[in-house]
Structure formats: structure tokens, C-alpha cells
Design a protein around this ligand. Structure first.
Ligand code: ASP
Length: 378
């Protein structure tokens, strides 16, 4: 059977006509790149505004009953720039009229934001000559706002099995009543992952503006190398610590299906990027895969001679946290010491209650809080 690749392009990869041409060249260079998931046009330069943010602002005006026509015109101008830059004979006039009507009817913030992907999907589908599949017809949410995985997978698979190629806009789907709902910000990654799982893709290519996940934060270390291969589990750890590469919820569908993700750079398509895999055999190019960190941490330090041999000591400490409804980040321990790392924000106002509770439960020799710490994950 022929390989099937799902390709998702982020906002900076589709910010203007030039970027869309690069994306199109990448897609056309490989006939296995059959299903395309676009984001809305992102920033063209560092203080530019993403179309998604323009839409939120515009809809805010509509919701307040204010005139939003200039704001909507500015969005339409971005698409018109793209369309003319691509040399296309194509118009979104009908779509923009409909959007204006729906804004007047207060169609909702999610509907508004989703139009960025919807419109970009229309343009890109026309440019590539691929069919357009509206995400509201193939991605479904439950009444509680979580994803309806089963229905989504079934409908996506049925719909795409009949199509050699398709463009499916990212970031949104439909509520049970048919209204539009978006994922959280950056959610086009999730759409790509769902499409990849539904069609049993061989690979999910996630095209962005960096050549993969970097070994560490480029704002702290000059010019770090990209990670060649990382497991889903390692990526979860680094992402939790603030290394933002892929939307958190994008990992689960592909991981469940054993589909590797390749993070690739639209501006340097020959770079191999980062492969995210479930098990890593060829994983020994570096002992350390990556380093990430989070500031704003506090540590409760607990000392007691021979705590190590006291059955239930750890449980009792954690019970005290549970009682104050606080979750912890990390819990290193020694023979006579235990440290519980907690986000300072989560601990705020609860310090005394927690310390008193720990004291009465485990009678430590010493207990104190240290703040202004960072947690570093290696
Ligand atoms: N356009 C949306 C956002 O800016 C979703 C995405 O780009 O993935 O968050």
C-alpha cells in the first residue's frame, strides 16, 4: 500500500503568500503528503498580529454591539494579500459576508476564532487543487466540551477514505448542537494528530518555523542543536516544563496509534527535524535528550532522623497536601530528608495550614519552605 502522510502547517508557515508557496512546494514534492491541516495565518514579523487574535478582537467589538467592520476588513485584507500574492483567481467575499452576518447574530467566540483556519483552508485547498473538508463536519465534541473520540475517528475515516487528498482546517470542530467549538490555543496540532490516527497515517509531519525541538531554550543558550529523536514520554516531560513544541493534547492520539511525529521546518525543509517516537532504539547520540525548566517553585523541606524507615511517612506528608487541595511537582528524598516541590502560586496562602498539618502527622525534626526556585528537567 502507498504511504499516507498527514502534514500540518503552523501559522508562521502560512502567514503570507510566500510562506504558503513554500508549504505548497513541500506538499507537492511528495505525493504521499495527502492530507493537509492548516493553521490560520500567523505572524509575518515579530510584532505582527495573528489572524486568530484579530478575529477575537473583532468579535469582541461585535459582542459589545460596536462597529466591527474596519476590524473585519483588516482581516479580509490579509487574505486578499495572500490570494493576490499567490496569483489566484479566487474570492472569499461570500464567506466574509456570511461571517459578518454571523458576528451580528453573536455566533460565538469559538466560531469567530475558527474562521482563521476555515478561510485559510479554503484558500489553500483551492491553491493546491485539493478538496476542502470542513472540520465542523468531521471533528466532534461531547456536551461537556471534551472530544468525542469515537465519532470523530469514525466520521473522519469514512470521509477521508473516499478522498485521495484533502485540506482539513485545524483548531475546531462541532458541538453536539452543530455550533463551532475550538480546541485551546495552538489546537491545530490536535486536529493533525486526530486526522493521522483516523486514517492510520504512516507519519504525522508537523511543519513549523524551527528545525525541531531544541535541546534547550534558545533564549538561554545560544544556538542549541535540535533533538534528533525523542520519545513521547520524554517530550511530555519537557513540554510540561515549558518546552513548547506541540500542543499537549496532540500527543495522545498519535501515540495511541503508534504513529511517529516529525517536527519539520518549512523554511529549511531539508533539515531532518525531530522525530517523536514511542520507543527509541537509535537514541544514543546524546545521553541527555533535552533540558527544560520552570521558574516560580517553592520547596517544603522536611527533615527527620530515620524517616526512611518510618512506614507511611510519605503518604502522611502527601495527605497534608491533599487536605489543602494542592498538587506537587516533584518529590526527591534522602535517608533523613524529603523535599516536596510545589508551584509557588499553588502554595500561596496555604503554607501555614500545610506545615501545621505535616507537623501533626509526621512530627518532623525540622520543616521549612524555600522559595524563588526553578525546577530543571534533564
Ligand atoms: N490559530 C490558532 C491559534 O493561534 C490555532 C493554531 O494555530 O494551532 O492558537
Amino acid at each position: 500500500a502507498r504511504m499516507k502522510k498527514v502534514v500540518k502547517f503552523g501559522g508562521s508557515s502560512l502567514a503570507d503568500a510566500k510562506q504558503i508557496q513554500k508549504a505548497a512546494a513541500i506538499i507537492k514534492a511528495d505525493p504521499e503528503r495527502r492530507y493537509v491541516v492548516p493553521s490560520a495565518p500567523g505572524k509575518r514579523f515579530s510584532d505582527d498580529i495573528k489572524v486568530t487574535d484579530m478575529l477575537y478582537t473583532c468579535y469582541d467589538l461585535a459582542e459589545q454591539g460596536l462597529d466591527f467592520s474596519d476590524a473585519l476588513d483588516a482581516i479580509q485584507a490579509r487574505y486578499n494579500d495572500i490570494i493576490s500574492g499567490l496569483g489566484m483567481d479566487f474570492s472569499l467575499q461570500a464567506e466574509f459576508s456570511e461571517i459578518a452576518e454571523n458576528f451580528k447574530k453573536r455566533a460565538g467566540k469559538d466560531y469567530a476564532a475558527s474562521r482563521g483556519e476555515y478561510l485559510n483552508g479554503k484558500v489553500i485547498a483551492a491553491y493546491l487543487g485539493f478538496p476542502f473538508v470542513d472540520a465542523a463536519e468531521v471533528i466532534f465534541f461531547q456536551p461537556d466540551g471534551s472530544l468525542n473520540d469515537e465519532k470523530t475517528e469514525k466520521v473522519l475515516r469514512e470521509r477521508l477514505s473516499g478522498l485521495e487528498n484533502a485540506v482539513i482546517p485545524g483548531f475546531y470542530g462541532a458541538n453536539p448542537d452543530g455550533t463551532v467549538r475550538t480546541f485551546s490555543r495552538g489546537g491545530s496540532d490536535v486536529t493533525g494528530s486526530l486526522v493521522a490516527k483516523a486514517i492510520h497515517a504512516d507519519i504525522y509531519e508537523n511543519w513549523t518555523d524551527v528545525s525541531g525541538c531544541l535541546i534547550c531554550d534558545p533564549r538561554i543558550v545560544n544556538n542549541p542543536e535540535p533533538i534528533k529523536t525523542i520519545t513521547y514520554r520524554e517530550l511530555r516531560e519537557l513540554a510540561y516544563m515549558g518546552a513548547t513544541v506541540l500542543h499537549e493534547d496532540a500527543i495522545f492520539p498519535v501515540r495511541a496509534a503508534g504513529i511517529p511525529v516529525n517536527i519539520k521546518n518549512t523554511n529549511q525543509p531539508e533539515d531532518r527535524g525531530t522525530m517523536i517516537v514511542s520507543e527509541s532504539a537509535e537514541h544514543c547520540d546524546h545521553i541527555i535528550t533535552g533540558i527544560a525548566g520552570k521558574k516560580g517553585m517553592s520547596v517544603i523541606n522536611i527533615e527527620k532522623d530515620k524517616m526512611n524507615s518510618e512506614i507511611g511517612f510519605g503518604k502522611n506528608v502527601l495527605r497534608a497536601l491533599e487536605k489543602s487541595n494542592v498538587s506537587f511537582e516533584h518529590m526527591p528524598s534522602g535517608v533523613d530528608t524529603m523535599s516536596v516541590v510545589i508551584a509557588t502560586e499553588a502554595l500561596a496562602g496555604k503554607e501555614t495550614a500545610i506545615i501545621d498539618e505535616i507537623k501533626s502527622r509526621v512530627h518532623p525534626d525540622q520543616i521549612y519552605i524555600e522559595s524563588n526556585l526553578a525546577l530543571i528537567a534533564v
